[in-house]
Design a protein. Structure first.
Length: 136
Protein backbone atom coordinates (compact mmCIF):
# COMPACT_ATOMS: atom_id res chain seq x y z
CA UNK A 1 0.00 0.00 0.00
CA UNK A 2 1.34 3.38 -0.91
CA UNK A 3 1.97 6.00 1.79
CA UNK A 4 -0.61 8.42 0.29
CA UNK A 5 -3.37 5.80 0.40
CA UNK A 6 -2.69 5.12 4.06
CA UNK A 7 -2.96 8.84 4.88
CA UNK A 8 -6.29 9.06 3.04
CA UNK A 9 -7.67 6.04 4.90
CA UNK A 10 -6.49 7.52 8.17
CA UNK A 11 -8.14 10.88 7.35
CA UNK A 12 -11.43 9.21 6.36
CA UNK A 13 -11.35 7.15 9.56
CA UNK A 14 -10.76 10.25 11.68
CA UNK A 15 -13.58 12.07 9.88
CA UNK A 16 -15.92 9.13 10.46
CA UNK A 17 -15.04 9.03 14.15
CA UNK A 18 -15.59 12.78 14.52
CA UNK A 19 -18.93 12.53 12.72
CA UNK A 20 -20.04 9.66 14.95
CA UNK A 21 -19.08 11.66 18.06
CA UNK A 22 -21.10 14.66 16.82
CA UNK A 23 -24.14 12.47 16.13
CA UNK A 24 -23.95 10.86 19.57
CA UNK A 25 -23.60 14.26 21.27
CA UNK A 26 -26.53 15.63 19.25
CA UNK A 27 -28.68 12.61 20.10
CA UNK A 28 -27.99 13.07 23.82
CA UNK A 29 -28.23 16.85 24.11
CA UNK A 30 -31.19 17.69 21.86
CA UNK A 31 -33.88 15.66 23.67
CA UNK A 32 -32.83 17.11 27.01
CA UNK A 33 -32.89 20.65 25.61
CA UNK A 34 -36.32 20.04 24.11
CA UNK A 35 -37.74 18.87 27.45
CA UNK A 36 -36.09 21.73 29.33
CA UNK A 37 -37.70 24.19 26.93
CA UNK A 38 -41.10 22.57 27.41
CA UNK A 39 -40.69 22.63 31.18
CA UNK A 40 -39.59 26.26 31.14
CA UNK A 41 -42.59 27.27 29.03
CA UNK A 42 -45.16 25.33 31.10
CA UNK A 43 -43.75 25.81 34.59
CA UNK A 44 -45.04 29.34 35.18
CA UNK A 45 -48.54 28.47 33.92
CA UNK A 46 -48.70 25.31 36.00
CA UNK A 47 -47.64 27.18 39.14
CA UNK A 48 -50.22 29.90 38.40
CA UNK A 49 -52.80 27.19 37.86
CA UNK A 50 -52.11 25.71 41.28
CA UNK A 51 -52.51 29.16 42.82
CA UNK A 52 -55.78 29.66 40.92
CA UNK A 53 -57.13 26.35 42.18
CA UNK A 54 -56.17 27.16 45.76
CA UNK A 55 -57.79 30.61 45.37
CA UNK A 56 -60.97 28.85 44.18
CA UNK A 57 -60.79 30.32 40.67
CA UNK A 58 -61.53 27.36 38.35
CA UNK A 59 -62.09 29.61 35.31
CA UNK A 60 -58.54 30.96 35.55
CA UNK A 61 -57.22 27.44 36.14
CA UNK A 62 -58.99 26.24 32.98
CA UNK A 63 -57.55 29.14 30.99
CA UNK A 64 -54.02 28.37 32.20
CA UNK A 65 -54.46 24.68 31.42
CA UNK A 66 -55.56 25.66 27.94
CA UNK A 67 -52.33 27.65 27.60
CA UNK A 68 -50.31 24.65 28.79
CA UNK A 69 -52.04 22.47 26.20
CA UNK A 70 -51.23 24.99 23.46
CA UNK A 71 -47.59 24.86 24.51
CA UNK A 72 -47.67 21.07 24.39
CA UNK A 73 -49.19 21.20 20.92
CA UNK A 74 -46.38 23.51 19.82
CA UNK A 75 -43.84 20.88 20.92
CA UNK A 76 -45.88 17.80 19.93
CA UNK A 77 -44.26 16.83 16.62
CA UNK A 78 -40.72 17.22 17.98
CA UNK A 79 -41.65 15.30 21.14
CA UNK A 80 -43.20 12.44 19.18
CA UNK A 81 -40.14 12.06 16.96
CA UNK A 82 -37.83 11.98 19.97
CA UNK A 83 -39.68 10.19 22.78
CA UNK A 84 -41.97 7.25 23.37
CA UNK A 85 -45.44 8.16 22.10
CA UNK A 86 -47.13 6.76 25.20
CA UNK A 87 -45.12 9.04 27.47
CA UNK A 88 -46.06 12.09 25.41
CA UNK A 89 -49.70 11.10 25.27
CA UNK A 90 -49.65 10.76 29.07
CA UNK A 91 -48.64 14.42 29.30
CA UNK A 92 -51.56 15.41 27.07
CA UNK A 93 -53.92 13.14 28.99
CA UNK A 94 -52.94 14.71 32.33
CA UNK A 95 -53.48 18.25 31.01
CA UNK A 96 -56.77 17.36 29.29
CA UNK A 97 -58.07 15.62 32.41
CA UNK A 98 -57.02 18.57 34.57
CA UNK A 99 -58.86 20.91 32.20
CA UNK A 100 -62.06 18.84 32.46
CA UNK A 101 -61.71 18.79 36.25
CA UNK A 102 -61.27 22.57 36.31
CA UNK A 103 -64.52 22.93 34.39
CA UNK A 104 -66.21 20.52 36.81
CA UNK A 105 -64.78 22.37 39.83
CA UNK A 106 -63.11 19.30 41.36
CA UNK A 107 -60.17 20.98 43.11
CA UNK A 108 -58.62 17.91 44.71
CA UNK A 109 -58.55 15.82 41.55
CA UNK A 110 -57.42 18.83 39.52
CA UNK A 111 -54.41 19.33 41.77
CA UNK A 112 -53.66 15.61 41.49
CA UNK A 113 -53.70 15.69 37.68
CA UNK A 114 -51.67 18.88 37.54
CA UNK A 115 -49.09 17.30 39.84
CA UNK A 116 -49.12 14.20 37.63
CA UNK A 117 -48.33 16.35 34.59
CA UNK A 118 -45.46 18.08 36.34
CA UNK A 119 -44.12 14.79 37.72
CA UNK A 120 -44.27 13.08 34.31
CA UNK A 121 -42.39 15.95 32.73
CA UNK A 122 -39.73 15.81 35.47
CA UNK A 123 -39.49 12.04 35.02
CA UNK A 124 -38.95 12.43 31.27
CA UNK A 125 -36.25 15.01 31.95
CA UNK A 126 -34.57 12.75 34.50
CA UNK A 127 -34.65 9.60 32.37
CA UNK A 128 -33.52 11.34 29.18
CA UNK A 129 -30.84 13.64 30.50
CA UNK A 130 -27.55 13.68 28.68
CA UNK A 131 -24.78 12.07 30.57
CA UNK A 132 -22.01 9.57 30.33
CA UNK A 133 -23.97 6.95 32.28
CA UNK A 134 -26.63 6.97 29.53
CA UNK A 135 -24.05 6.27 26.86
CA UNK A 136 -22.47 3.27 28.60
Amino acid sequence: MKNGSFKRIKAVSALGTALAAIIIAFACICPTALLRGLKRETERDSEECIRAVLADDPARAAMLLSDIRETLLKYRSRLLTTFDHDEIEELFYAVDTAYELALAGDKAQLLTELTAFRTKLEFLLYTNRAGLENLL
